[in-house]
Design a protein around this ligand. Structure first.
Ligand code: SAM
Length: 257
């Protein structure tokens, strides 16, 4: 047994029901490709292999060779690299696949940068099913008007429909983390008009600069002129705070800037 390293966010899943529920939350076919982030001791990888799809797993901790080597074959590849540093686009060029999924029990210390990187890349990911800290799941799936609703909520919801699937108790892991967790499913939206993702990000950084201020007071004069028109046309209070504006309205503002 390899001892867990806290610095790598290692909390290994031991509950087979949770593992089954994660793996069966998406309908994977043999010509699909699954990216797993942080296979650890292979709890999820072993079950993902049974789906017969191609799997690429990125693991930062080389000690895991000891348990993961035996899982490698012509359809399952383990890459020992930091997921935040790999050039995913060029690795994916080596693959032929229909749908692309990310399935992972994420290391909590870098959940947000990992998700932000993945959704910013110009790669079509059909769905992400990820285990995250419960508070993070609540933030990702928050609706306007809730205190958890913020920049990341809008950024993710601009591309994905987010659904919290189930909560996971800390006793389902070894070692048990101090916090509870939840599994979130993000499914690529096909109902959204095209927009410039980086432009939206810039608008959101300004909009959520001071959450307690109104949108008007957070935005520059130039941005507010456009935002004001969109809010007015949609019957939205011009004194709204950033957390009261829906994702689709932010996209609308972005497209009119
Ligand atoms: N998937 C396993 C499971 O469910 O039991 C392990 C999950 S554990 C929460 C997170 C895993 O991510 C660990 O194996 C850790 O070494 C790995 N990890 C941490 N940071 C990483 C990074 N930057 N890139 C790739 N893997 C990373």
């Amino acid at each position: 047994m390899i001892t867990a390293k806290k610095s790598f966010g290692q909390n290994f899943l031991k509950d087979s029901n949770v593992i089954n529920n994660i793996v069966s939350s998406v309908d994977v076919n043999p010509d699909d490709l699954i990216i797993e982030i942080g296979p650890g001791q292979g709890a999820l990888t072993t079950r993902l292999k049974e789906k017969n799809a191609q799997v690429i797993a990125f693991e930062i901790d080389e000690r895991m060779h000891e348990v993961l080597d035996k899982l490698e074959d012509d359809r399952t590849r383990i890459i020992y690299e930091d997921i935040l540093k790999v050039d995913l686009s060029s690795i994916l060029k080596e693959y032929n696949h229909k749908k692309l999924y990310v399935i992972a029990n994420l290391p909590y210390y870098i959940t947000t940068p990992i998700i932000e990187n993945l959704i910013t890349l110009d790669i079509k990911i059909d769905a992400l099913i990820v285990m995250v800290q419960k508070e993070v799941a609540d933030r990702f799936s928050a609706t306007p008007g809730n205190k958890e609703y913020g920049l990341m909520t809008v950024l993710i919801n601009s591309k994905y429909n987010v659904k919290k699937l189930f909560n996971v108790k800390n006793t389902c892991f070894i070692p048990a983390p101090k916090v509870d967790s939840a599994v979130v499913k993000m499914t690529l939206r096909n109902d959204v008009e095209e927009f410039d993702f980086n432009k939206l990000k810039k608008l959101l950084v300004c909009s959520f600069q001071h959450k307690r201020k109104t949108l008007k007071n957070n935005l520059s004069k130039e941005y507010w002129e456009v935002a004001q028109k969109v809010l007015f046309e949609n019957d939205v209070d011009l004194n709204s705070r950033p957390e009261n504006i829906s994702t689709d309205l932010y996209i609308d503002i972005c497209n009119k800037l």
